[in-house]
Design a protein around this ligand. Structure first.
Ligand code: PGA
Length: 249
């Protein structure tokens, strides 16, 4: 049985005050113990978040990392620096990193390896653009992104990954994939993974991301191959984020 994970990606938003409010709200919300919840704030809040979240069951994530462990990389953050901040999860290959910051599949793979080497749980983000969907290329694009990473890892490393299917056209647009559209892609990814290794397909947590909100979360999360959500906009509003966590429980 896969344990659902609800992860809130704050992107370049939020403040120390929001972090404290969110922690209070989540801890008094009695989220089912069968649901994992992670907060993924900007880098500047991570060290404070380590203290704020310390006595809670909430996990802390980062939004990206640099593949090298140290060196002359002005402005970058390494996996070891993240672990020092109490981080356990890290997003890799979010579509905003791929499109705005030029991270290609090889750059994504290098970051996945760095995260795994440091004992972090990478959340590998994959998904097609609207243009690719309209050209009937969903399978080629999404499985291509999955394959680049999976084929390069050992069975033990693969088992420590989480994946998030985020159709680029649904991110921040208010346009959510229908539960059927999302389920179809999730099932396709799981079938590909199972073909490689049945235990890998069975165990992989596949999150959906892209305008998941309080009012559509239950239907998306009830799909058999959707094991949680990667939430952007709605993760900044405590009531909405809590409603999504409840929908997963
Ligand atoms: P959204 O973002 O929920 O605001 O669409 C999701 C994401 O980018 O992870």
């Amino acid at each position: 049985m896969r344990k659902p994970l609800i992860a809130g990606n704050w992107k370049m938003n939020g403040s120390l005050a929001l972090l404290e409010t969110m922690k209070q709200a989540l801890t008094s919300a009695n989220i089912a113990s069968g649901v994992d919840v992670a907060i993924i704030p900007p880098f500047t809040l991570l060290m404070s978040a380590k203290g704020v979240l310390a006595e809670s069951s909430l996990s802390l994530g980062a939004q990206t990392l640099h593949p090298e462990s140290s060196g002359a990389y002005t402005g970058e953050i390494s996996a070891d620096m993240l672990t020092e901040c109490g981080v356990s999860h890290v997003l890799v290959g979010h579509s905003e990193r791929r499109t705005l910051f030029g991270e290609d599949d090889q750059a994504v793979l290098a970051r996945i390896r760095a995260a795994l080497d440091a004992g972090l749980t990478p959340i590998l983000c994959i998904g097609e653009t609207l243009e690719e969907r309209e050209a009937d290329r969903v399978e080629t694009v999404v499985l291509g992104q999955v394959k680049t990473v999976i084929d390069d890892l050992s069975a033990e490393q693969r088992s420590r990954l989480v994946m998030a299917y985020e159709p680029v056209w649904a991110i921040g647009t208010g346009r959510t994939a229908t539960p059927e559209q999302a389920q179809q892609v999730h099932a396709m990814i799981r079938a590909w993974l199972s073909d490689k290794d049945p235990a890998l397909g069975e165990g992989m947590r596949l999150l959906y991301g892209g305008s998941m909100k309080a009012d559509n979360a239950a239907e998306l999360l009830s799909q058999p191959d959707i094991d949680g959500g990667l939430i952007g906009g709605a993760s900044l509003k405590p009531d909405d984020f809590i409603a999504i966590c409840h929908a997963a429980g």
